[in-house]
Design a protein around this ligand. Structure first.
Ligand SMILES: [Fe+2]
Length: 165
């Protein structure tokens, strides 16, 4: 497929966002299951629910474009998932996992914020006001999730992590 118009670029970005959100459904489940801290676990579970809605929103936008919803593999999200697997293979302690998972969640939120932050002005450019509003709702959720994770990172109780060599 040639990409030489704003619409092509928008559709291409949407396919990557669709892939990313779907992969994050699994990734968020993994983050929840491997975390120990209750607040962190419930935060990941809640964001997983939001992610289901975000996937529906992307499908709505495909609909508005009259383009079939299709996911295109995104190497960035695959890389983040691989990084998590590599970390987990090093036999980390529960506290180390919690702290790593906060950072992993933040990384995915930064990536998604960049993604939606670019798709929204493209939707505006294409005169797709409804699509822009829909994607804006998702962007707000990603920002809220990032804020909440950042707060947990800043207030993290390092416990035994702070004294071990
Ligand atoms: Fe998302």
């Amino acid at each position: 497929m040639t990409i030489d118009s704003t619409k092509d670029l928008f559709v291409s970005g949407l396919k990557h966002a669709y892939y990313t959100e779907k992969r994050l459904l699994d990734a968020l489940e993994e983050l929840e299951e491997t975390s120990t801290n209750e607040k962190l676990r419930s935060g990941f579970a809640q964001h997983r629910e939001e992610t289901n809605v975000q996937i529906d929103r992307i499908e709505e936008v495909f609909d508005q474009l009259d383009v079939e919803a299709e996911a295109e593999e995104d190497p960035v999200v695959e890389g983040m998932i691989e990084a998590h697997e590599a970390f987990m293979s090093k036999d980390p302690s529960d506290e180390a996992i919690d702290r790593f998972n906060i950072a992993a969640g933040q990384q995915s939120e930064h990536y998604e914020i960049a993604t939606y932050g670019n798709l929204i002005p493209m939707a505006d450019q294409l005169g797709m006001d409804d699509a822009a509003d829909t994607l804006e709702e998702t962007l707000r959720e990603e920002q809220d999730e990032l804020d909440s994770l950042s707060e947990m990172g800043e207030e993290f109780d390092y416990g035994e992590l702070s004294v071990s060599q």
